[in-house]
Design a protein around this ligand. Structure first.
Ligand code: NDP
Length: 341
């Protein structure tokens, strides 16, 4: 059946937030295609999730060259669905991709070289059937490549018209400030940083130790000072910060599939924290997933929560977070008792 987007999606859907000091806005919740969009998942489910997301005002889909499995298949599957459903809405979508982690064997399929980043961007555009992405990321810092080279490649991605904006992912606060300095000189300031952030993973809040042993600014302080937005990935700790694992490991879950959610994360200690947090969420009249999403959005430095979903029902539950993004000081203090990493 042909797709027509829901008419009222911009009236009653998720709110939009400005990305740092840029002109771009992102939905408070964005959808990532890391898991659940590879060749191991039915295309119809993928299509249903993407349609429902857009119908709820989720205008941002986040991909990377290696998402799958196999690597590249998430972009290819997205390209198929985009061509059939979303082409008329291209101007209403913010589509991102990345390169940096392993994509292919050999010396040119990994890291932060100009060679890898720019050829990977071309292949990503081919797989998705796009002539440009909205945001292109350096997926990870690469200590073996000069920062100037990686940033130069991002700058070229923009000047060649293949990306409208660029960002970085998982860079430390210090490296972020240095990267932004280079990009400002090149005339293409970094739009956004994509770090991991959740109630069980609070590194972005902590001051970073400097070379002289003193405490420097945190990543969230740095991005704010540099005019960059932040999109927090895995705000649900890959599903742990939901009701999903409270009665064991469900057969159809990411943890059972032996994917990236490790047994170490499912420790009794963490599960006790999750139970404590679930109680606070219940008092707020929210699901735990909704509270976990609202919590990463409580800082004005964070633009968007970048979630995953393996079903339409999960997506709908998570988007419901937007109905209550406010916390009292008492609630935040109660959460801090359990939100430790
Ligand atoms: P989440 O923390 O949102 O975890 C998503 C998983 O949680 C789902 O697959 C599902 O697990 C479960 N889940 C989601 N919603 C609910 C709900 N309402 N109730 C119960 N369970 C729920 O994020 P991801 O780890 O999936 O990451 C999100 C995106 O972030 C990625 O797709 C990617 O775009 C980006 N990312 C970027 C990285 C980077 O290096 N830059 C690294 C990792 C992610 P299940 O599948 O078991 O049902």
């Amino acid at each position: 059946d042909p797709y027509a987007a829901r008419e009222n999606r911009y009236d009653d859907g998720v709110p939009y937030r400005r990305v740092g000091e840029s002109g771009l806005k992102l939905p408070a919740l964005s959808l990532g295609l890391w898991h659940n969009f590879g060749d191991d998942k039915p295309l119809q489910t993928q299509r249903d999730i993407l349609r429902r997301a857009f119908d709820l005002g989720v205008t941002h889909f986040d991909l990377a060259n290696n998402y799958g499995p196999p690597p590249g298949s998430a972009e290819r599957n997205f390209g198929t669905i985009f061509a059939e459903d979303f082409r008329p809405y291209r101007e209403q979508l913010v589509i991102s991709s990345k390169a940096g982690w392993v994509m292919q064997p050999g010396p040119y399929g990994f890291g932060g070289s100009r060679k890898y980043l720019l050829s990977s961007l071309d292949r990503s555009l081919e797989r998705m059937g796009l002539d440009h992405v909205d945001i292109f990321y350096s997926h990870r810092p690469d200590p073996e490549t000069p920062l100037e080279e990686t940033m130069g490649a991002l700058h070229s991605a923009v000047t060649s018209g293949k990306a409208l904006y660029v960002g970085i992912s998982s860079y430390s606060a210090d490296l972020t400030a240095r990267a932004q300095e280079i990009m400002r000189e090149l005339g293409t300031p970094l739009l956004i940083h994509q770090p991991s952030y959740s109630m069980l993973n609070r590194w972005v809040e902590r001051g970073e130790e400097t070379t002289t042993g003193t405490s420097g600014p945190s990543l969230l302080e740095t991005t704010a000072a540099e005019g960059m937005g932040v999109i927090a990935f895995s705000p649900l700790a890959q599903g742990l910060l939901t009701g999903r694992y409270l009665d064991g490991v469900p057969e159809d879950s990411r943890a059972a599939a032996g994917k990236s959610l490790s047994g170490r994360m499912l420790s009794e200690e963490n599960l006790a924290r999750v139970r404590g947090l679930a109680g606070i969420a219940a008092d707020r009249g929210q699901s735990l997933a909704q509270m976990a999403i609202a919590w990463v959005l409580r800082s004005p430095a964070v633009t968007s929560a970048l979630i995953g979903a393996s079903s339409v029902a999960q997506l709908e539950d998570s988007v419901g977070a937007a109905a209550n993004l406010e916390f009292t000081a008492d609630e935040l203090a109660a959460i801090d008792e359990f939100a430790v990493d």
